[in-house]
Design a protein around this ligand. Sequence first.
Ligand code: Z57
Length: 797
Amino acid sequence: MEQLTKEQFIKTFKAQLHTDYLVDNNEATAEEHFRTLGKLIKQYVMSDWLRRRDEIVKEQKKTAYYFSIEFLPGKMLQTNLLNLGIYDLVAEALADINVDINVLVEAERDMALGNGGLGRLASCFMDSLPTIGAPGFGNGIRYKYGLFKQRIVNGYQVELPDAWLPSEGSVWETKKPHSAVDVKIYGSVYLAPQEDGALKPIYENVKTLHAVPYDVIQIGFNNGVVNNLRLWDVELPEKYELDYQTLADRRRVEDITSFLYPDDSSRDGQAMRLIQEYFMVSAGLQTIVASYAKMHLPMAKIHEKVAVHINDTHPAMAVPELMRILMDDYGVKWDDAWATTCKVMSYTNHTVLSEALEKWDTGLFKEIVPRIHQIVGEIDRKFVKEWAGKVDTGIIDRTRIVQNNQIHMANLAIIGGHSVNGVAKLHTELLIEDVLKEFYVLFPEKFNNKTNGIAQRRWSQIANPGMSALLDDLIGKGWRSNIHELSKLEALLTESDVQSSFYQVKQANKQKLADYVKKTLDIDLPIDAIFDVQVKRLHAYKRQLLNVMHIIKLYQDLKADPGLEMTPRVFIFGAKAAPGYHFAKSVIKIINELANLVNYDTSLNDKLKVVFLENYNVSLAELIVPAADVSEQISTAGKEASGTSNMKFMMNGALTLATLDGANIEIKDAVGEDNIVIFGMDKDAVYAHYDKHDYNSRAIYDSDPIIKRVVDAFIDGTIPNTHYEGHEIWDALISYNDEYFLLEDFTDYAEKQAYISALYQDKNSWQAKVIKNIANSGRFSSDDTIEGYAKDIWGII
Ligand code: Z57
């Protein structure tokens, strides 16, 4: 890539505005500026992109394909400029012609083709794969509508469609009609014996879909590597247009890629979702096998050139689909096809929650993907036969794929692959000891851990320019390319001028967030208060309600004694609830009404503020995370597989208030017990309750007057306009025995919150802990995580 100069850039930028929009620079809109810059970036990397493609083909590099039903990149402009090393140059050039780069940044729509952690992790990996120079490509769906836009109306969540795609398409993608493939669903299939004794599948009445790929550039950091995220869109195949004669027929086809299912860590079970899963898996694998075929190597050795990763169970049909392609399209025999398939496939588990583990009714499965249904049946039969007599029949009954007319997708992914990984140490331990323990008996060698990581450049350099400039001053710029150099801060923890510099940066970030809150909600936030943040999907196990209970306690304490000395606190929430998740929506309503109650009560003297920021997404996270003093990671121990926002907060100098769950444990190991605040039951204590069935929330409620007072606030009119929701919550906590142990953990939580309040008063001590956290955050780089995948699982580097 040739060196870019400012003059050159300005010239091409203006010319492109003319060509595309027939406008002069000074009359163009922010949107036109943004699209023009995006287009120039794509042109700028085109030679690298092509070279990358040719090199992989020519050198026959083994390539990993990350199959994921979700990708959640957010905005890409800044990342792309940063990774290309032209951020400053472009920002200055634009400034020279009176264009503010931040206005362009704002003009980009968030690409939100994901719900939460799982999709965001996939996008962190898409950033890290080219950065470490690994041939690893994404494969997913180009949803026309991303995750719904959340508005709060009267305290309630309202969902609006996220029409993120302009009619001209995304600036970062290239449509490739040339590489389209057909995907067949429905119909019936029977096996016709051939002269040579083989069975050939004959399809009848199938529906053919046309899968058209859009390739999105994924630019590595500072290394000229450009990888590819391939997202599939559906079109009506011209050749089969007679199959779709009515508008309704056509619309049903378009629906396949029209929206992302908005459930996080739970599942819907709709036919359309099954079609989406098969659509992306089949289109992706057909293309992959076809490009392998061009190498003229034996099909039974495809695992030597191809790795396919199954991100959660959603793409688990990759196992039978690869079998189908190898056998039906390329004539490979079952045993060879099976041996290579198992070596190609690997699977990540992201949850222990049983409601998230996908199971499909065999009837639906057979109707939509009849050939895949046959193959799954055969895999299942062979699995049972292979293990019969070798292990307890109970184990076989519980690990087989087809059980009680349901297809267990996790079982399919484990049996049909060579690797199963959890996403944090504790999570992997739980898989081995509990959730998947019987698979561990069968296949101990498949299990491994890969603790999640984050795209550190986005969560430091881009999201927190103030901190980044300070780091440059203190430890030099090396940390920008080698995040482990943050550890140089270890030498500076107790230096008071360093401490106060970090404090200044934090206060400036808090002011920026406060300005946003003022603008959007017209609430004044005191920035000398502790900014205490919990942003993540709304889910009972994540226990936003525990946080709420503590706020209620503080409110009650202050009402009882208005003179009470208390470090002022601002509690900040951001959370989307799955549209069908009733309880979660009630918690949102409660938070909003509680906010109304405390924010306008002048007797509290600004000691307590509560803010619910609507439409939490990646861009909002980039504003919130750098402004946090306290990071709330308070899930019931054993439930949060890893968490990734915990890592982002740590890197931005928030102290973590956490249970011993997911990656919180590894954060604790990284910073030491004194630099994190841990509370509540650990996983063993939680499991002891499960084993002994001895948890009794009502007994706690009856015996602890403080808890009783807090819990009763949900139903005694303390929080206005929440009669219905308050009763629902009270019932969950008391009548239904508090499934996530909020009451048991409450007292310790409130005590540790009081400890935090006291600690914040001691600025030196607080800042030393802040710096300690930043200094040790480098180990949660997704560059390192993906290196682990690339080496241990995929064998591509
Ligand atoms: C999702 O975002 C996660 C797990 C799931 O099973 C589904 Br479906 C969606 C999350 C976990 O809850 C987090 O703990 C984890 O950090 C994240 O996946 C990435 O691994």
